[in-house]
Design a protein around this ligand. Structure first.
Ligand code: CLR
Length: 427
């Protein structure tokens, strides 16, 4: 059924939002706006362009100074980041006609799969995706994309907090991504953009990104991506301008930008040298043309009970059938079982054991000064280089700015050893 055909229930949904208390799971949305996919699956959007994710490994360094090489790497990482955005924020509009409300993952829910080698010369190898719901209240998802062949690891976590204004839903993202090219000794911290949902009043919601994302390289180079939407600056939706600087200090004046990338993250962007976008700028990325690598996921019959598609199978079927009764019955069944589990844990004085992720406290002296032979958490140095808060604040919060309120600095990290000894859940 089309969104317009449901306008009455949409109107009552928008009205119910007025009394919204901040907990997304408490919102009862009409069936047609529900996505039959859980948020744990959204982690795959980070790596649907394997060629771009792995690109820094294949840059030919011959004849380049180390600065030239680092700039090339930064341009490549920036292109990969821009390439993730269309999948992250437009794919429901593309496949379902509008933004949707995802299934709210339960604690311990996992989603795993792999990308097979899409290169012509077998240089990419396979990448594995591990996604795990590490917290239910508030919802937080941890993920890792592991490419063993190129010693490349993308890991991160994200949580959202939402609030409503008269016409839109505002979403703050918490967390960050860390990209490590172990063969190159190069690390990058990526902060998550803030966003809001437009089109609520006309029943065709879509995501618009706002504010900034930072990409801080261990080499010092910094990319600042500024997002803007329709009617602002360029007048086009999904607009961005990314500037690449030698370092944080240089970014104080945009005239210092080495490159400026300008365009739409859901469409075409161009790159120019210097601090202004020029008409003569070369094509940077065309999001409408780039084919996505499809994640390979085992059939449901072979899945573990904690795997997302198996666990949500009945609910997803009911959503596809648009059957309100069955949606709430199947959802309640799952949620009640979860409630039972939490009560049991409470009675036994235990907590749910996270499978492949652990929370690391960046204030802990043992983490700040790791034992000889162990590697420091990349975020410690990278947030320092970028003058970003390392606390549990909205992603991309600059040190000392108004959102820098939490001194707690607990961040979810992938634990490769836990994945290595995983015996029950197979790719
Ligand atoms: C989750 C993490 C991903 C990027 C991403 C994309 C879309 C976001 C989603 C995150 C969080 C949940 C979200 C969604 C868009 C709409 C949805 C904010 C950040 C909300 C809960 C749905 C509200 C209902 C409206 C459609 C009416 O990497």
């Amino acid at each position: 059924m089309s969104v317009a055909a449901n306008s009455t229930s949409w109107t009552s949904f928008v009205k119910s939002i007025a009394s919204y208390n901040g907990d997304l799971s408490s919102l009862t949305a009409p069936p047609f706006i529900l996505h039959d996919v859980s948020l744990t699956e959204y982690s795959q959007y980070w790596a649907e362009h394997q060629d771009l994710l792995l690109a820094p490994n294949f840059i030919d360094a011959t004849g380049l100074t180390s600065d030239e090489l680092e700039i090339k790497r930064m341009v490549a990482v920036t292109k990969w980041f821009i390439s993730t955005l269309r999948s992250q924020y437009c794919s429901r509009n593309e496949s379902k006609g509008s933004e949707k409300k995802p299934l709210n993952p339960f604690l311990g829910e996992v989603f795993i799969g792999k990308w097979t080698d899409s290169s012509e010369d077998a240089s990419f190898g396979e990448s594995v995706l591990l996604s795990e719901q590490v917290s239910h209240h508030p919802p937080v998802t941890g993920y890792a994309v592991v490419n063993a062949k190129n010693n490349t690891l993308l890991q991160g976590y994200n949580g959202v907090k939402a609030s409503f204004s008269a016409t839109s839903l505002n979403v703050k993202q918490y967390g960050h991504a860390l990209l490590e090219y172990q063969n190159l000794g190069a690390e990058y911290l990526v902060t998550l953009p803030q966003l809001h949902i437009e089109g609520m009043l006309v029943a065709s919601p879509f995501v618009e990104l706002q504010d900034k994302s930072y990409i801080q390289a261990s080499s010092g180079y910094l990319t600042v991506v500024e997002f803007s939407g329709r009617g602002y600056l360029t007048g086009k939706k999904n607009s961005f301008k990314a500037r690449i600087y030698k370092d944080k200090a240089a970014s104080a004046n945009k005239k210092n930008a080495l490159f400026t990338i300008d365009g739409q993250w859901s469409g075409v962007s161009t790159i120019s040298e210097g601090s202004e976008a020029k008409k003569s700028g070369a094509l940077f990325y065309n999001a409408t043309k780039a084919a996505r690598n499809q994640l390979v996921v085992k059939p449901i019959e072979q899945q573990h009970d904690l795997e997302s598609r198996k666990a949500w199978k009945d609910v997803a079927e009911a959503i596809r059938a648009g059957d309100f009764q069955t949606i709430s019955a199947t959802k309640s069944k799952l949620e009640n079982a979860q409630r039972e589990l939490r009560l049991e844990e409470k009675a036994n004085g235990t907590v749910w054991a996270r499978r492949w992720f652990a929370e690391v406290d960046l204030n802990d002296p043992a983490v700040r000064l790791p034992a000889a032979g162990t590697k420091a958490d990349p975020a410690l140095g990278l947030t320092e280089l970028a003058c970003l808060s390392k606390g549990n604040n909205p992603s991309g919060t600059v040190k000392g700015e108004k959102h820098d309120t939490s001194v707690e600095a607990k961040h979810w990290r992938f634990q490769p050893a836990m994945w290595e000894k995983e015996a029950e859940i197979k790719i």
